[in-house]
Design a protein around this ligand. Structure first.
Ligand code: NAG
Ligand code: NAG
Ligand code: NAG
Length: 324
């Protein structure tokens, strides 16, 4: 659409056209042409796969709806160039050399439904990376051998996400809190990662156990650690972890039991000792009372000795008569 200025009867219109043309030519990202080594069709598909590109193509048509830049060696997605493509629906960046995606990379791609970042060298995914992709339906991010960290809220705003594939990366744990909240999610690929099957990843294992149908290649979704769990399926260890992680007691629990045990023991000892003391005191009291009674008796018997000796005598008589 190179607009060669033509003699025209409408000078105003010509000026406007000239200005527009100048704007298109001077801005490196605004273009209606087709990038070098790419094929553009009238369906707004730009195909640049396998062209040994090392940089993101320039001169992309503004209205591009599908961009395929797979099988190149592109190291970076420049936010500025990418965000002019606000009609982009489909973006395939697989098999390149992307190591990093910044928070602004996809800042303006609100119509993007398909994104493929597989076969790159990504290391981590930050919080806001996919945040602006409100229409994202399918995200493929497999085969990034160094990808070991995905922020817990990385997909929190992708309410339309249906398919997420993070197979064959280097992931050990994933916080599933925001994932299980995604209303449309129906397929998740987790296989080929060295998953941790310890309590820090208990929720993920339990999720695979409960909703096995959601997980592609569930048979290859296995534990990488600890050593005694290696190779076991996440879905298989889910319940086991659930029991294991909630039965084990923390050091505070043990301390509690020790303290409670000691308190019970001490209370028992003290009450036994108290009982002993009370018994001894009671006995002494009783004895004292008896002695007092005896003394009183003695006193009274001293007064009436004669009657007592008589009765003694009588008793003796009674005894002898009884024995005989
Ligand atoms: C990646 O792209 C290269 C060409 O750049 C190609 O030879 C290779 O087969 C591709 N790998 C995959 C897994 O598609
Ligand atoms: C995968 O992560 C582990 C640490 O969790 C690291 O030691 C290893 O080098 C990583 N592998 C790759 C290919 O980056
Ligand atoms: C998981 O992420 C949520 C927020 O999405 C956070 O509230 C929670 O504490 C995280 N859980 C762990 C174990 O880090």
């Amino acid at each position: 659409m190179r607009l060669a200025p033509q003699p025209s009867a409408q000078p105003l219109r010509l000026t406007v056209l000239l200005l527009l043309t100048a704007g298109v030519i001077t801005s490196p990202v605004l273009s209606s042409g087709c990038p070098d080594r790419c094929v553009c069709d009238d369906q707004l598909v730009v195909q640049c796969a396998g062209q040994h590109l090392t940089t993101f193509p320039v001169n992309l048509p503004l209205a591009t709806r599908q961009l395929i830049i797979s099988n190149n060696r592109i190291v970076e997605l420049p936010p500025l160039a990418l965000n002019y493509l606000s009609d982009l629906v489909y973006l395939d960046c697989s098999n390149n050399s992307l190591t990093e995606i910044s928070e602004s990379t996809f800042g303006n791609l609100r119509k993007l439904a398909y994104l493929d970042l597989s076969f790159n060298t990504l290391i981590r995914i930050e919080d806001r990376t996919f945040g602006p992709l409100a229409s994202l339906v399918m995200l493929r991010m497999t085969d990034n051998p160094g990808l070991s960290e995905i922020h817990q809220d990385a997909f929190a705003e992708n309410a339309n996400l249906q398919v997420l594939d993070v197979s064959r990366n280097n992931l050990t744990v994933v916080n599933i809190t925001s994932l299980i909240a995604l209303p449309a999610l129906r397929s998740v690929g987790l296989s080929g990662n060295p998953w941790s099957c310890e309590c820090d990843n208990e929720d993920l294992c339990l999720w695979v156990h409960l909703e096995g149908f959601k997980f592609q290649d569930e048979g290859q979704t296995v534990c990488g650690s600890p050593a005694d769990m290696q190779g076991r399926r996440l879905g298989e260890v889910g319940i086991q972890l659930r029991t294991l992680c909630h039965q084990t007691l923390g050091s505070w629990d043990y301390l509690f039991f020790v303290v409670i045990g000691f308190v019970i023991f001490a209370a028992g000892t003290v009450s036994a000792w108290l009982m002993g003391v009370i018994m001894v005191l009671y006995e002494r009291y009783i004895k004292k009372k008896d002695e007092q009674l005896d003394d009183d008796e003695e006193e009274s018997s001293e007064m009436g000795r004669t009657s007592r000796s008589r009765s003694d005598h009588g008793n003796g008589n009674l005894k002898t008569s009884h024995t005989v």
